[in-house]
Write a protein that binds this ligand. Structure first.
Ligand SMILES: [Zn+2]
Length: 335
């Protein structure tokens, strides 16, 4: 039902912010009135998994993408003014039929850009700059031939540009029996998709984030969520609490000998280190432990076991993290 209304109406900013707050509270606190800390910014949560986010929908952008679908559908019936409707970043291209609804110089129909941009020196020489493609075709015994009209003939120094221009347009053959259509450039088949448009509006995020190692099949999603937060260094460790101006003693709750950071707690703390050694020895792997959890995840799938033990190998970090489940509860109780 919310998606239905979002596809019809522009969502007020205050409503979007209110809904996002409800979702944020549910994610980090479990309910609106519970206490807790928002460990990761909402903007980051909305990034795609590949970019280091959770792929949560940004309501404003999703609303915009849904509304664009109506504009796309109207394009098949109307032609004028399309540039004003669509985002300047994502203007659709033309799929040439008989050329009767496509501007020769202004539309993108035979190249990755309009001809006026590809050949600006020829555009200023065009006799009729608003000509349609069909206006630039002449019937001939072997089919239509290209015949754009210029105000004067080519000069010696312009021959190379003219030659490239005609070579380019002669690669395209209008189909006289069909009407021109819009083609969505971001989609293989050329049809508009809300999901594709939404993705094009979103930031890409961090391309180096080890998302394949974090989101592992057959591992419960809430466990993967913990791994995701750990890779980002955003679990409830002392250093994170102090960064948020919580007054707590700066020492490791477990060994009471070091500062408590995500990397110390999960891979360098003595018990964690022994657990890693034990699990790695079961797999018969010699491993030099990385400095950070992020580096560990980034290298994890490139090493270790192959074949049938591969699935178990991918879940090993979560087995080792599991020992801190009780610890996580202890930390939460301090907040
Ligand atoms: Zn410690």
């Amino acid at each position: 039902m919310p998606t239905y209304f979002l596809s019809l109406l522009t969502i007020p900013i205050s409503i979007a912010l209110r809904l996002e707050k409800l979702m944020r509270d549910f994610l980090w606190k479990g309910s609106v009135n519970a206490s807790g800390i928002n460990l990761v910014a909402w903007r980051v949560l909305c990034l795609p998994n590949k970019g280091g986010g959770l792929g949560v929908r940004d309501l404003g952008l999703f609303n915009k993408a849904l509304l664009r679908k109506w504009i796309w559908r109207s394009l098949e019936g109307y032609y004028e003014g399309v540039g004003g409707f669509m985002s300047t970043r994502i203007i659709p291209a033309r799929e040439l039929g008989n050329g009767g609804r496509t501007h020769f110089w202004h539309d993108e129909w035979c190249n990755q850009m309009p001809l006026r941009d590809k050949f600006p020196e020829l555009f200023v020489l065009a006799s009729y700059q608003e000509a349609l493609v069909v206006d630039c075709l002449s019937p001939s015994p072997v089919g239509d031939a290209w015949s754009p009209i210029f105000r004067r003939g080519a000069q010696d120094w312009e021959l190379e540009v003219f030659e490239e221009f005609f070579r380019l347009i002669q690669e395209v053959h209008p189909r006289s029996q069909e009407m021109d259509k819009w083609r969505w450039k971001k989609q293989g088949k050329g049809s508009f998709k809300v999901s594709t448009f939404y993705q094009s509006l979103m930031e890409l995020g961090d391309p180096t984030f080890p998302w394949k190692e974090v989101w592992v099949n057959r591992v419960p999603s809430k466990v993967c969520f913990f791994g995701w937060a750990a890779v980002k260094g955003e679990i409830l460790t002392i250093d994170n609490l102090r960064r948020r101006r919580r007054i707590v003693t700066e020492w490791c709750y477990m060994c009471k000998g070091n500062a408590e950071t995500t990397d110390h707690l999960l891979i360098h703390y003595q018990v964690a280190s022994e657990l890693w050694s034990l699990v790695l020895s079961i797999f018969g792997v010699q491993w030099v432990m990385h400095v950070s959890v992020r580096e560990l995840f980034a290298c994890w799938s490139q090493a270790g076991c192959r074949g049938s033990r591969r699935i178990a190998w991918r879940a090993v970090p979560y087995v080792c993290f599991g020992v801190f489940r009780v610890k996580g509860i202890c930390v939460r109780s301090r907040t």
